[in-house]
Structures are given as structure tokens and as C-alpha cells.
Write a protein that binds this ligand. Structure first.
Ligand SMILES: Nc1ncnc2c1ncn2[C@@H]1O[C@H](COP(=O)(O)OP(=O)(O)OP(=O)(O)O)[C@@H](O)[C@H]1O
Ligand SMILES: [Mg+2]
Length: 247
């Protein structure tokens, strides 16, 4: 890790519950995410992937350790300041899209700007929709869009504030193969063409192969890492050996 990394985690732990019920979802994770890189996070169910993403995105506070986004130590911020930083610097894409069903694609994309108290600039909103190839669908509601199109609206919504980093938790988990590929190409394109930093949780080695680097978690710890854009077979083999160890 270097001090120029967009996102830095220093000995981050997250314990849920207390006493006998305590679960160490993250256990002393130290890692960084460089600007303009695409990282996939993999690991068995319950290994702490979502917890890592939530802590790194400032959606959850670590029990111990430090998270730095774009030079700001999140631990020094009040809840209100953290919310503001998240709105300005972070985009989040969920497995279930999380669009507001009563709003059109355009209104959904404009939401983060409204929440940040900015008057949504129609040009920016349309540009974000155009980036995900949905300029023609601005007036459609989520129920009038396919799953892949809804996920692309969610990505446009994550992009509209020009965040330092985009976090995606199983963004293709609810999509078919063809649609998944379109969403993954889009995420990779953001990194290659716009220098975005993307951190994506996935169970799928083919999806992870779109990343430059794959982090493997087990029992709340980073147990392995592949760099240099590993292929799906290499990633699948590493996953399989981890799952054997976990058993
Ligand atoms: N709010 C919570 N309260 C108590 N325990 C929790 C909570 N959230 C997560 N955990 C526990 O923390 C551990 C890590 O959970 P996490 O959701 O990060 O796993 P994951 O790797 O994302 O799993 P999956 O692949 O199934 O989504 C699990 O043992 C889980 O049961
Ligand atoms: Mg999860």
C-alpha cells in the first residue's frame, strides 16, 4: 500500500455483537486500492467481503483500525461529515440495484445530486446515462427496464457525482451471462478510459477476471492476492483451494 492509494485500510477490524455472540467479520485487514485500478474481492460466504466494502466505503464504522478515502481519515469525521464525504467521493452499486421504483431513470440518477443539496444539472445526468448506453431510456421507470439496464442506471447513479471510487457488491449477482458481461465491460471501461477506481465483490471467477487484481478473504482476513490481470481459470483454482482449506 502507498499513501497515494485512493482507499486505504489500516488494520481494519469489525466485530459484530459482543461476548459469546461476538463475530469478527473483519480481522486486521491492511490493504490499499490505487487510483485507476479495478480490484475484485472474493472469498467464501461469510468471509467478510460485504463488511470490507461497507467499512471501506464509510457505510459502516470499523471496530478498530483506520480507513482513508482520498486522503481523509474517516475516523476523524462526525456522522454528518461522513455522510457528506460519502455523497461527494463514493459511489455504491448493490446486487439488487436499489433504484426508486416511482422515479424515472433520469430522476434516479439525479438523486445523489439532490441529496447533496445540488440542483441536478440535466446535462450531467444525461451524460451519466449516455456513459452507460441508456441515453434513450431516461424517461423510463425501473419496471420498464431489463435487469441489466436497471443495473446500468444504478452505475450511472454511482457515477454522476464523479466519485473518487466506486464500490460494487455482487453487481452481476442477479444478472444473466450476457447482461453481466455488459455490466463488467462498463465497469472496466470506467477504469481504463476515465481512470476511475473500482472495487467489486463477486463470487464469479469470470467476473473477477475483468479486474487487475483479485483479493481473497477467508475468516475476515486477506489470505491471498493475485495481480497482473489473472485469468478465470487461475482465479477459480485459487478459490477452490481456499474453499478446501475453509472446510
Ligand atoms: N449486522 C450483522 N450482525 C451480526 N453479524 C453480522 C452482521 N453482518 C455480517 N455479520 C457476520 O459477519 C460475517 C461476515 O459477513 P459478510 O456479510 O461480510 O460476508 P460476505 O463475505 O459478504 O458473505 P456473502 O458471500 O454470503 O455475501 C458473517 O459471519 C456474518 O454472519
Ligand atoms: Mg456479501
Amino acid at each position: 500500500m502507498t499513501s497515494t492509494d485512493t482507499v486505504q485500510l489500516w488494520s481494519v477490524s469489525r466485530v459484530y455483537g459482543s461476548g459469546d455472540q461476538a463475530v469478527a467479520a473483519l480481522d486486521g485487514v491492511t490493504t490499499g486500492f490505487a487510483p485507476g485500478t479495478f480490484t475484485a474481492v472474493m472469498g467464501p460466504s461469510g468471509s467478510g467481503k460485504s463488511t470490507l466494502l461497507h467499512c471501506a466505503a464509510g457505510l459502516d464504522r470499523p471496530s478498530d483500525g483506520k480507513v482513508v478515502i482520498d486522503g481523509t481519515d474517516l475516523g476523524t469525521l462526525t456522522e454528518d461529515e461522513l455522510t457528506l464525504l460519502r455523497r461527494a467521493r463514493v459511489g455504491f452499486v448493490f446486487q439488487s440495484f436499489n433504484l426508486v421504483s416511482a422515479l424515472t431513470a433520469e430522476q434516479n440518477v439525479a438523486l445523489p445530486l439532490r441529496l447533496a443539496g445540488r440542483r441536478p444539472d440535466a446535462t450531467k445526468v444525461r451524460a451519466a446515462l449516455a456513459e452507460v448506453g441508456l441515453a434513450e431510456r431516461a424517461g423510463h421507470r425501473p419496471s420498464e427496464l431489463s435487469g441489466g439496464q436497471q443495473q446500468r442506471v444504478a452505475i450511472a447513479r454511482a457515477l454522476v457525482t464523479k466519485p473518487a471510487v466506486i464500490f460494487a457488491d455482487e453487481p452481476t449477482g442477479a444478472l444473466d451471462t450476457t447482461t453481466s458481461r455488459a455490466v463488467l465491460k462498463l465497469l472496466r471501461g470506467l477504469v481504463d478510459h476515465q481512470g476511475q477506481t473500482v472495487i467489486m465483490v463477486t463470487h464469479d471467477p469470470v467476473a473477477a477476471a475483468y479486474a487487475h487484481r483479485v483479493l481473497f478473504l477467508a475468516d475476515g482476513r486477506v489470505v491471498d492476492e493475485l495481480t497482473g490481470g489473472p485469468g478465470p481459470e487461475t482465479i477459480a483454482a485459487r478459490m477452490a483451494s481456499l474453499e478446501v482449506t475453509a472446510c
